[in-house]
Design a protein around this ligand. Structure first.
Ligand SMILES: [Zn+2]
Length: 380
């Protein structure tokens, strides 16, 4: 009995010692077990990958000549909806759609006007928003057509209808803010600049009103945008009017943007389409440039000026722990055509099914435009 008791006590003491040592180790500040479990958890988090996808798209110039708004007039209202009706299901497909609002939308209170100093009805902004446009660039050569006050009235209207805009500003603070849109956990910074203002000088003290191309300023804004967004989109008004191929100046500037870290460049101003190309940045990263999106809706019916379209790019964000990698898929292009008769009856059509475009340009126009935009081996 005694012997058994001693053995029993011995095991009890051994068991107690084990329990105490395990307990102690749990509360000791830095046992190897504990640090191992923390690093194990970190390894698990780092290994966790998440892939987010969004589609970013753009269309060209919304350039409203007087013949276009006169055609839209219904009593004291301007109905542009009917001009875009054939395209609205397509324009709603991308997650984020950018347009170049070439003409200001200050409305009737200051008097509407067409070429060469434009001011468009409010309703055109309502229509493009309703059709699927998520943001407009307003930095272009017509930004100061009617002066600083008119540009501000135009911005006021965009703010009033909640249509995000970039490139012209109410004040310096406004200009310094990076415009970021977010979709599916992907943040996209939009930047916008114009080569000039048709010779109209920016009044002293109002330099904030519009972003004019300045490499140092742009580089600085791109670096700031990197801190607040995953993807950087540059909308740039550049190039030579009516030229179907990009100039050397456009090419050099595009390379500069991609080197600086811009992911996608959407160009406008030539009023005709110029190609979509991949560029390689100085760190080996791929970036996409659309040299010119052409006119989207305008009163111009000269050769190729009534053909525009929508470029769409899928952006992938691969999140691993705290770091994210952005990759771009092949872009797609959806060409459009503005049909008109005797400077009225403006109606947009998908180019692929437009009999009016075939009548004007011939049966191979769709293929010709697709080949023009999507250079083989560059895009599809
Ligand atoms: Zn322009």
């Amino acid at each position: 009995m005694n012997k058994r008791k001693i053995i029993y006590m011995f095991f009890l003491i051994v068991a107690l010692c084990i329990l105490v040592s395990v307990g102690m180790s749990k509360f000791s500040p830095s046992t190897s077990k504990e640090s191992h479990s923390i690093s194990g958890r970190n390894i698990h988090e780092l290994a966790k990958e998440e892939n987010k996808k969004i589609t970013i798209a753009a269309i060209g110039d919304i350039l409203i000549h007087d013949r276009v708004y006169n055609d839209a007039r219904e009593g004291d209202y301007y109905n542009f909806d009917k001009m875009l009706a054939n395209l609205s299901s397509e324009l709603k497909k991308p997650d984020l759609l950018l347009a170049n609002q070439e003409t200001i939308v200050a409305g009737e209170t200051i008097g509407l006007s067409g070429y060469p100093t434009f001011n468009s009805p409010h309703e055109i902004a309502d229509t493009i928003k309703k059709a699927g446009v998520d943001i407009v660039t307003t930095a272009n050569n017509h930004a100061l057509d009617r002066g600083v006050k008119a540009q501000k009235l135009s911005i006021d209207y965009l703010n009033q209808i909640d249509l995000p805009h970039v490139g012209t500003y109410l004040n310096k603070d406004d200009q310094d803010k990076i415009v970021v849109l977010e979709k599916n956990d992907v943040k996209i910074a939009y930047l916008a600049y114009t080569y000039g203002l048709n010779g109209i000088p920016v009044p002293k003290g109002s330099e904030y009103i519009v972003n004019v191309i300045d490499k140092e300023k742009m580089s600085n804004e791109i670096q700031r945008a990197k801190k607040v967004a995953d993807v950087i989109v540059m909308a740039v008004h550049w190039g030579n009017e009516y030229e179907r191929y990009p100039s050397n100046e456009q090419k050099k500037l595009a390379q500069f943007f991609i080197d600086e870290g811009v992911h996608i460049i959407f160009g406008s101003h030539p009023h005709v389409l110029q190609s979509i190309e991949w560029l390689e940045g100085k760190n080996g990263q791929k970036g996409l440039v659309v040299y010119s999106l052409g006119n989207f809706l305008s009163g111009q019916d000269e050769e190729y000026r009534d053909i525009g379209g929508m470029v769409t790019i899928t952006v992938n964000k691969l999140q691993r722990g705290n770091s994210a990698t952005i990759t771009l898929d092949q872009p797609s292009f959806y060409p459009t055509f503005v049909a008109s008769k005797n400077e009225s009856n403006y109606i947009m059509h998908p180019l692929v099914t437009s009999e009016e475009a075939v009548d004007k340009y011939g049966a191979s126009i769709y293929k010709e435009i697709m080949d023009h935009m999507l250079i083989e081996g560059q895009a599809e």
